[in-house]
Write a protein that binds this ligand. Structure first.
Ligand SMILES: C[S@@+](CC[C@H](N)C(=O)[O-])C[C@H]1O[C@@H](n2cnc3c(N)ncnc32)[C@H](O)[C@@H]1O
Length: 209
C-alpha cells in the first residue's frame, strides 16, 4: 500500500485494526519464545498498538516503527505518556523509557537500528501489505535483523478473490517460503471467524532459528 493510503486512514480515524485490549495471542504465546522479558523487541508497522506497553511491562525495550505521526501522537496521548523527540538521522519520533518510536518508512530501517533487537512482534503488519511488498518486507527484515531473531507473527488466511485487503490474506505456506531460513515455523494457535461474510482463519506462528 502507498503511504498516502495509510495517512488517509489515520486522518479519517479509519483504524478498525486497532485493538483496545492486549492481543490474546501475544499474551498466550510470547512466553514460548523464552526471552524472559530481556532484550529489545521490534514492532514493525506498529500503529498505536497497546501491545507495545505490554511488552515493555514485561521488561523488554521496544522499537516501534510507524509511518503515521498521528498514530504515534495518539499512542502517547491516549496512554498519558511523556516522550522526548528521538535523535535519529532518518526518522522523527519519540524516545520514552524503554521505548523508541520511529516515525517514517519501515524500509528505511538499517542493521544499525536493529543491532539490539532480540525478537519481532508482527501483528497486522505483514498482512497490511500487498503481495509484492510482502516479499520486500521479508527480505528487508532478514537484511536488518541479527541472524536468528525469532518472531511471533499473526496472519489471516481467506479467499483473496472474495474480498480485498488490507488486511490481506497471507497463507502459512507464503510465510514458510518468505522466511525459509528459519528451521522452525510452528502454528501454535488458530481462530476461525467471518469477515464480510467470508470465512477467515487467523493463525499464530512462531518463527525460530
Ligand atoms: C493494519 S495497521 C496495524 C498496526 C499495528 N500493528 C496493530 O496491530 O494495531 C498497519 C500500520 O502500518 C503502518 N504502515 C504501513 N506501511 C508502513 C511503512 N512502510 N512503514 C511504517 N509503517 C507503515 C500504517 O500506518 C498502519 O498504522
Amino acid at each position: 500500500m502507498q503511504a498516502a493510503f495509510w495517512h488517509e486512514m489515520w486522518a479519517g480515524g479509519v483504524v478498525g485494526f486497532h485493538q483496545q485490549e492486549i492481543n490474546r495471542f501475544l499474551r498466550d504465546f510470547w512466553p514460548q519464545l523464552e526471552l524472559d522479558g530481556q532484550g529489545q523487541v521490534l514492532v514493525p508497522l506498529c500503529g498505536k498498538s497497546l501491545d507495545m506497553l505490554w511488552l515493555r511491562e514485561l521488561g523488554h525495550d521496544v522499537l516501534g516503527v510507524e509511518l503515521s505521526q498521528k498514530a504515534l501522537h495518539e499512542f502517547l496521548a491516549e496512554n498519558a505518556l511523556n516522550a522526548e523527540p528521538v535523535q535519529h538521522e532518518n526518522y522523527c519520533g519519540y524516545q520514552l523509557p524503554q521505548m523508541t518510536l520511529l516515525c517514517g518508512d519501515f524500509f528505511q530501517l538499517t542493521p544499525q537500528d536493529c543491532a539490539q533487537v532480540k525478537a519481532v512482534y508482527d501483528r497486522a503488519s505483514i498482512i497490511a501489505l500487498p503481495p509484492e511488498m510482502r516479499r520486500d518486507y521479508a527480505q528487508h527484515l532478514q537484511k536488518i535483523l541479527p541472524l536468528g531473531t525469532p518472531f511471533l507473527m499473526v496472519i489471516m488466511e481467506y479467499d483473496q478473490s472474495a474480498m480485498d485487503g488490507p488486511p490481506f490474506s497471507v497463507k502459512e505456506s507464503e510465510v514458510r517460503e518468505l522466511f525459509a531460513e528459519f528451521t522452525s515455523i510452528d502454528v501454535v494457535d488458530e481462530e476461525k471467524f467471518e469477515r464480510k461474510g467470508n470465512a477467515v482463519t487467523e493463525k499464530v506462528l512462531l518463527l525460530r532459528p
